[in-house]
Design a protein around this ligand. Structure first.
Ligand SMILES: *Cc1c(COP(=O)(O)O)cnc(C)c1O
Length: 347
């Protein structure tokens, strides 16, 4: 294609996990929640649907108030997005210019690389240590470095970097660091309080995983107000529609639903981890709603394919310098049992 920028025509493009449109699959490949969202969400969307003749609130005021209350931060520390992927795009556009550098750990979320490429920026991947901590070089200075991405818990591993490590990283880094907390509701701690301690630390969240609202497209960022002010100039004026603002506001206001859901997922996660270990897999204890497993002797791609033939989707992933593995989202107990029986017949 001759008309688009060079870096766009060179781009492979991000490929999301499969979303089969026909047939019945058990979907354990994109970390969606297996349970329906709070009924309050559906009610709020129905009410909002009556008022679609008007443009939505450009800054999602109702959501920022509700999220501020739920997370104990001021609403002016929050900006909302059309999924947290939109937040990642807004941050990249705001902080990173052509020829600049983005840093991310390896293995981690593939989309960060694509965002750098679209921007005409470079990305640098730094391998985790074997114990899933980060090496010194992750916080090394570089004149071109403008943004660092750190999913915490990480995908696909489900591992976490401690608050102390993150504070130290931020102190040394010459640029902001985004802690991508897409999975944090399933973890033992979060980093919202660190945002108050160091302006370089920003935290993104999504309603796609723990709130069971992947189809709604709603995410948000927590950062110091001086940063939020700038990001509001970069985002699309109406990046969140009226239905999603209403649904997201109801969802984040229903913390009781969230706690119940998280408890169920964690219990199933425990079973999944134990059974995979019994079946001979190497399993990393997960703080997310998925489990990453590798196998010491067997190839795992045939297992992925066998599951798919039997209408169960998991995510097969391979990263440079790491063993290929399967990332299995925590579904219902029935879904996980079905998946485990098939795996058992294959290993
Ligand atoms: C799922 C995921 C997101 C994206 O969430 P959306 O809000 O659905 O765009 C962001 N970061 C990581 C690490 C994820 O796994």
């Amino acid at each position: 294609m001759t008309f688009v920028r060079d870096n766009i025509s060179r781009l492979a493009g991000y490929v999301p996990g499969e979303q089969p449109q026909g047939g019945k699959f058990i979907k354990l490949n994109t970390n969606e929640n297996p349970y329906p969202p709070s009924v309050k969400v559906v009610e709020a969307i129905q009410v909002a649907a009556e008022k679609l003749v008007r443009y939505p609130d450009p800054v999602s005021t109702a959501f920022r108030l509700a999220a501020g209350e739920a997370l104990d931060v001021d609403p002016d520390w929050i900006v909302s997005g059309n999924g947290s992927d939109d937040i990642l795009t807004i941050l990249t556009r705001s902080f990173v210019g052509q020829g600049d550098l983005i840093r991310l750990p390896n293995p981690s979320y593939i989309l960060y690389r694509t965002l750098a490429e679209i921007q005409g920026a470079d990305y640098q991947e730094v391998d985790f240590h074997d114990d899933w901590s980060l090496p010194e070089s992750f916080s090394a200075n570089d004149n071109r470095l403008k943004l660092v991405f750190l999913p915490n818990p990480n995908s696909p591993t489900g591992t976490v970097v401690s608050q102390t490590e993150i504070l130290e990283l931020a102190d040394r880094l010459p640029c902001p660091i985004l802690i991508d907390e897409a999975y944090v509701d399933f973890a033992e701690f979060n980093c919202i309080d660190l945002v108050k301690k160091n302006e370089k630390i920003m935290v993104s969240r999504t309603l796609s995983k723990s709130y069971g609202l992947a189809g709604l497209r709603f995410g948000f960022l927590v950062a110091q107000p001086t940063i939020i002010e700038q990001l509001l100039k970069v985002k699309d004026s109406y990046n969140c529609d009226a239905l999603s603002i209403a649904g997201a506001t109801a969802a984040i206001s229903d913390q009781q639903w969230l706690q119940g859901n998280v408890a169920k997922i964690k219990a199933t996660r425990q079973t999944l981890q134990e059974k995979l270990t019994q079946l001979g897999f190497d399993v990393i204890p997960s703080q997310a709603n998925f489990v990453w497993c590798t196998h010491p002797t067997s190839e795992v791609k045939p297992i992925y394919e066998y599951l798919k033939e039997n209408r169960i989707l998991v995510r097969y992933m391979s990263y440079p310098n790491w063993k290929e593995g399967l990332r299995i989202s925590v579904g219902t107990d029935d879904q996980i049992n079905a998946c485990l029986s098939l795996i058992q017949s294959k290993v």
